[in-house]
Design a protein around this ligand. Structure first.
Ligand SMILES: Nc1ncnc2c1ncn2[C@@H]1O[C@H](COP(=O)(O)OP(=O)(O)OP(=O)(O)O)[C@@H](O)[C@H]1O
Length: 335
């Protein structure tokens, strides 16, 4: 388990002290695929670099499996870091080494013999689906293949945690999907906890179990992907999850506006038609946004209810009684 307790990180700059992270509290359980999302500059990379102490937090604790990383000696930290590997957007392969030798590199540093390192590297090439690229050089590979080699190298030290810093951001959508499948497979087969930093919500939807949203160095939301994506509670969360905003088809000034949040169970039920038939209340759909998370639909619909208090009350009672739907009043609605 990874716990961040009151982690802050400041940097000295020409204009004074810059706070990149402020009072971050986070728990990542073993086996999670945990997404960290936020706009550019939100502090995602700084956060992940604090986890393996590539950046030392200015305050707070990073506790991995009960050990406070910030309190370890340099030697102990080197040892502990072996259980955390990292992959990057630009792959960071050694271009003058073959793929096999790239994967052997961390094993050699850890003191493995050449034969043992080679045996393990060949196994890892199998795991990442490139057994025929042992003697190829990185320059001879596609972006997706380079990332597979980088993943094999990251796995060489038998890590418990894999940090992925925008690992698919340089790849096309199809290759992205195949790399995400590989990361998911590694998480399941090898039981490795994965932390994914990304600005792409589709990446989170495809593989993450949990997510944290960073905004200007603050962690503004965290929870399961379903919880956070179904109903982002903060402005920053809504901006990320629904970047286009709600597609408003029509606005009725003075209407009673409610937001129906679907959380996977009944998103495809003809709820608005049922409302009309069962209650005799005609609601206007002002906007809708749904997302598919792990094969289930989440999202919300904005409804304009009639001004008549009795009709609006009936509609609210009916909608509130539905399973797997949350009904919220929307105040100060602006299209
Ligand atoms: N060494 C540093 N010195 C000063 N400021 C820094 C330093 N490292 C990061 N920052 C600042 O901290 C903030 C967070 O940076 P960080 O790279 O963590 O953001 P990010 O969310 O990963 O952004 P991106 O998605 O663009 O990579 C930025 O404003 C950045 O300029």
């Amino acid at each position: 388990m990874i716990e961040l307790k009151h982690v802050s990180k400041t940097f000295p700059t020409a204009d004074g002290t810059f706070t990149a992270l402020e009072d971050i509290n986070l728990t990542i359980s073993d086996g999670d695929i945990f997404g960290v999302v936020g706009m550019s500059g939100a502090g995602k990379s700084t956060l992940v670099r604090c986890i393996n102490l590539l950046e030392r937090p200015s305050a707070g604790q990073v506790i991995i499996d009960g050990a406070d990383m910030t309190a370890l000696s340099a030697g102990q930290l080197r040892q502990k870091r072996r259980c955390i590997s990292m992959i990057f957007q630009q792959f960071n392969l050694l271009m003058q080494r073959t793929c096999l030798k790239n994967i052997c590199f961390p094993l050699e540093i850890a003191g493995a013999g050449a034969a043992q390192a080679k045996r393990r590297a060949l196994e890892l090439l199998e795991i990442v689906g490139l057994p025929d690229k042992a003697d190829a050089y990185p320059a001879q590979l596609s972006g997706g293949q380079k990332q597979r080699i980088a993943i094999a190298r990251a796995l060489a030290s038998d890590p418990k945690v894999l940090l992925c810093d925008e690992a698919t951001s340089a790849l096309d959508p199809t290759t992205t999907r195949s790399i995400l499948r590989l990361i998911q497979d590694i998480n399941k087969r090898l039981g490795i906890t994965v932390i994914v930093i990304t600005h792409e919500m589709t990446v989170v939807e495809e593989i993450c179990t949990h997510v944290a949203i960073l905004d200007h160095g603050h962690m503004v939301e965290t929870g399961t992907v379903e919880e956070v994506f179904a109903n982002p509670k903060t402005e920053a969360g809504r901006r990320l999850v629904y970047p286009e905003g709600v597609q408003v088809t029509r606005q009725l000034p003075g209407s009673h506006i409610v937001r129906l949040v679907f959380n996977g169970g009944t998103a495809y039920q003809p709820l608005i038609a049922c409302l009309a038939i069962d209650c005799g209340v005609k609601a206007n759909i002002l906007g809708a946004e749904t997302r598919n998370v792990d094969g289930r639909a989440y999202g919300y619909i904005l409804l304009g209810l009639p001004d008549d208090a009795d009709e609006a009350g009936r509609a609210m009672a009916y909608l509130s009684a539905q399973r797997d739907v949350t009904v919220e009043e929307v105040e100060n609605y602006h299209a």
